[in-house]
Design a protein around this ligand. Structure first.
Ligand code: GLA
Length: 783
């Protein structure tokens, strides 16, 4: 019953509450974020962005809040969030924004934890993520030109960005949310020089309802490419802020200076050492930025894991490991590292006026372990094939609507003398079987796409089982179709193409549906038959653990239906992070796809990860580099020169062009009289444009550091400028000259080169004198 006497008081209270509430809402609505002449301005006051990059798609949802608290404790006032388009639009027109893809929930949680958000929706993102975040189904168009003005690509981008706007525009600071700025595209200067394209992407984002400042990021060398005055620029680098900001000032004479990606470490690829990152240099560079009022985003502050089939690949073809630990301040499993505590201590000395002390890190539950269990149920792939598609001209996976996994191509070959199987390209590994017997392997890393097929007395079944790793996420190679790339031919000794029967194509995507339908038997012998193993382990309590995969070959792991990602015994990663929330008390189910077969079909849970244990001897195509005869001595150099002692890009045009399949860079000396290093080499064609790296491999290298540092020669041609080739230093220091030969895949005319030295203010490893050789005979394959 309403007490009439109290009614006016109640009404008054209600009114007061409404006033308070609306003024709170009003306050939120009044929040502003602008780009001033010198500073970012938050509500009109200078604001230094201390941002940590954290990909929510790489962290299990139950841990989002914990990781955000870690960001606050690390000293961040903002988080950077990449959106991976392919995570949200898995088939054209069908969007997923809930569960693990609930970016709105992530942004709201960040706000609750006192963090602002910088949104990076792509459409292209890179990030060592499958195809740089672009959806595989775009590749169903044979001739689509991604990241260009191709109308089919643009329409798909606009549609995606419109959906992003629906979900996230209400969370901008202008509407009371945490989103301060939105990035357009990603390091487009690495890819092309089309300011109109950047304009189209910019407009798509603003048409989607984003009215906060929009910006673009690029490394120092590429800031001018695709530059537009209506897009604020930030610069990405791992070291030497002074020089990088100088380059930024050349394109943008005023405005705050911000590092869009400040590398705390680096990602790992299969077969190369784990990257820890250089802590002293990192802290020194961060201190420079803190002192000078520069803004920055630590890439990565917490890397997490590329679960599922989401890990990408670097170019020319270096597939990424599933762990995205990155040597970041917060480890893959969310633990604080030495880098965490040192970063936190440093930032604590440079807090903004009036800013409260940093909160302590949140607690983390201890990791659990479990003892070895045997996996005895085995489903051989060849006995679990789905219904095939029959065709005369087999195509890549995309054509069959297959996103990922393996694909089997089967045909019959008539009787006859020995012949050669020749394939345009294999993406990425192919095991060839003749009447069920494994005959050999083709490996994209080595571009060996030919195999001799022995003489046959009768008709013979040929199976080509192709397994795909992640799609390349960087450079023009993002057009990375999987499976067999035509032509697929059997040729006789006269190079005449043989007629074969129809092909049956079996799509093995390892979808939940496929896994559920598998027929298991008991595996007795430990042969190399590819297949899926099933087993169980029991737990009395749950918690994070690391599955020890070191006795297994190469494949994919699922636990209780969650796909943990890919493993490979060559390392450097030998364990897989298994988050506690995906486990249950009692029985847990595990499935392991192994294409090579395990040494022992056993599995255990460890307390610590193994992130850096390389086993090149286990690489199934054996030697890391093809055995070659290096034969430069009798060839005259086409050019000889001396670089300046600087970390700036050097462009050289040769007085006379050269021609040949092998390009040899001979480093004769360095400024530090120490190792020779190269961050990146580009070669220029007859018109002065860089030649595509698409067909390149390393033909020969006389010395490279593969133990203590990821100094592999591929780093000089992968398009990334942060990593570098280094001559060997940990085991023995090789003597000058050092030779690096690029196999261009075909004869090319080369008129000059662009050389990017290792970044940093120190001369260490900078090449001084050098010679260039070009020819078809520099390298000869050993028979
Ligand atoms: C570039 C990209 C990032 C990431 C890093 C390497 O800078 O912008 O997405 O790929 O390289 O980790």
């Amino acid at each position: 019953m309403l007490n009439l006497k109290l009614a006016p008081i109640r009404l008054g209270l209600c009114f007061l509450l409404i006033v308070i509430f609306s003024s709170f809402k009003g306050d939120k609505a009044r929040q502003t974020f602008e780009i001033g002449k010198e500073h970012f301005l938050l509500n009109g006051k200078p604001f230094q962005i201390r941002c940590g990059e954290l990909h929510f798609a790489r962290v299990p949802k139950p841990y989002w809040r914990h990781r955000l608290k870690m960001m606050r404790s690390l000293g961040m006032n903002t988080v950077c969030a990449y959106l991976f388009w392919n995570f949200h639009e898995r088939s054209p027109g069908t969007f997923k924004w809930n569960e693990e893809a609930d970016i709105a929930a992530f942004c709201k949680m960040a706000q609750e934890e006192g963090l602002w958000v910088i949104l990076r929706p792509g459409p292209y993102t890179c990030a060592e993520w499958e195809m740089g975040g672009l959806p595989w189904w775009l590749l169903k168009y044979d001739d689509i030109a991604l990241r260009s003005k191709d109308l089919r690509y643009i329409a798909a981008c606009q549609n995606y960005l419109k959906q992003v706007g629906k979900v996230l525009a209400p969370l901008q600071i202008t509407q009371g949310g945490p989103i301060l700025m939105v990035q357009v595209e990603n390091e487009y200067g690495f890819y092309a020089d089309d300011a109109d394209y950047m304009g189209i992407m910019r407009k798509a984002i603003s048409d989607a309802g984003f009215n906060v400042p929009l910006f673009a990021c690029n490394p120092p060398y590429h800031l001018k490419k695709g530059f537009r005055k209506d897009l604020f620029q930030v610069v990405n680098f791992g070291t030497n802020p002074q020089e990088a900001f100088k380059s930024l000032r050349e394109v943008q004479s005023e405005g705050p200076l911000m590092c869009g990606e400040f590398y705390s470490g680096w990602f790992d690829t299969w077969g190369t050492p784990h990257n820890y990152g250089k802590i002293d240099q990192y802290l020194k560079d961060m201190e420079y930025m803190l002192k000078n009022g520069n803004s920055f985003s630590i890439y990565m502050a917490h890397g997490g894991s590329s679960f599922g089939f989401w890990a990408g690949a670097d170019r020319p073809f270096k597939p990424d490991v599933s762990s995205y630990d990155y040597g970041a301040p917060v480890s893959e499993a969310g633990l604080p590292t030495e880098k965490f505590f040192k970063t936190r201590a440093l930032i604590s000395r440079y807090l903004m006026p009036g800013e409260p002390a940093l909160p302590p890190p949140p607690s983390t539950d201890p990791a659990i372990t479990f003892k070895s269990v045997s996996l005895t149920n085995f489903a051989p792939l060849f006995e679990n094939l789905p219904a095939p598609t029959t065709t005369t001209s087999p195509k890549t996976m995309e054509y069959y609507d297959q996103a990922q996994g393996s694909i089997l191509y089967r045909t019959t070959l008539p009787s006859g003398p020995a012949c050669t199987l020749k394939i345009g390209a294999v993406h990425d590994f192919a095991w060839i079987y003749i009447n069920g017997e494994n005959l050999g392997v083709m490996d994209r890393r080595k571009r060996n796409f030919q195999l001799t097929i022995p003489a046959r007395a009768k008709e013979t079944r040929v199976d080509i089982l192709v397994h795909a790793m992640g799609r390349i996420n960087f450079g023009p190679e993002v057009h990375d179709r999987k499976g067999l790339v035509s032509p697929i031919q059997f040729v006789d000794s006269q190079q005449k193409v043989l007629m074969v029967g129809d092909w049956n194509v079996y799509n093995l995507s390892y979808s939940e549906e496929m896994l559920k339908g598998l027929k298991y038997g008991k595996k007795i012998d430990q042969g190399v038959t590819p297949g899926i193993w099933k087993g169980e382990f029991s737990l009395s309590k749950t918690g994070d653990t690391y599955l020890d995969l070191s006795k297994w070959g190469k494949g994919v792991v699922w636990v209780n239906g969650h796909c943990l990602g890919r493993f490979w015994n060559i390392g450097p990663t030998q364990t897989m992070y298994l988050p506690g929330p995906w486990l249950k008390k009692g029985v847990n189910e595990v499935r392991i796809l192994d294409l090579l077969g395990p040494e022992v079909a056993e599995l255990r849970g460890l307390e610590q990860p193994i992130l850096n244990d390389l086993h090149p001897e286990k690489d199934f195509t054996r030697s890391k580099r093809p055995e070659v005869v290096f034969n430069q001595e009798n060839i005259l150099p086409i050019y000889q020169g001396k670089f300046p002692d600087s970390d700036k890009m050097q462009s050289i045009s040769f007085p006379q062009s050269g021609k040949g399949r092998y390009f040899c860079f001979a480093a004769l000396s360095s400024f530090s009289n120490d190792v020779a290093t190269i961050a990146e080499l580009d070669l220029l064609d007859a018109t002065g444009k860089p030649i595509s790296h698409q067909n390149w491999t390393i033909g020969y290298v006389s010395s490279e550091e593969l133990i203590k540092e990821n100094g592999g020669a591929e780093n000089a041609i992968d398009g990334q400028t942060f990593n570098f080739w280094s001559s060997e230093w940990s085991y023995k220091k090789a003597l000058y000259p050092h030779y690096l030969v690029i196999d261009l895949g075909r004869e090319e005319v080369v008129t000059g080169l662009k050389y990017i030295p290792k970044a940093g203010s120190s001369s260490a490893g900078r090449v001084k004198e050098y010679k260039i050789f070009l020819g078809n005979e520099i390298v000869r394959k050993k028979n």
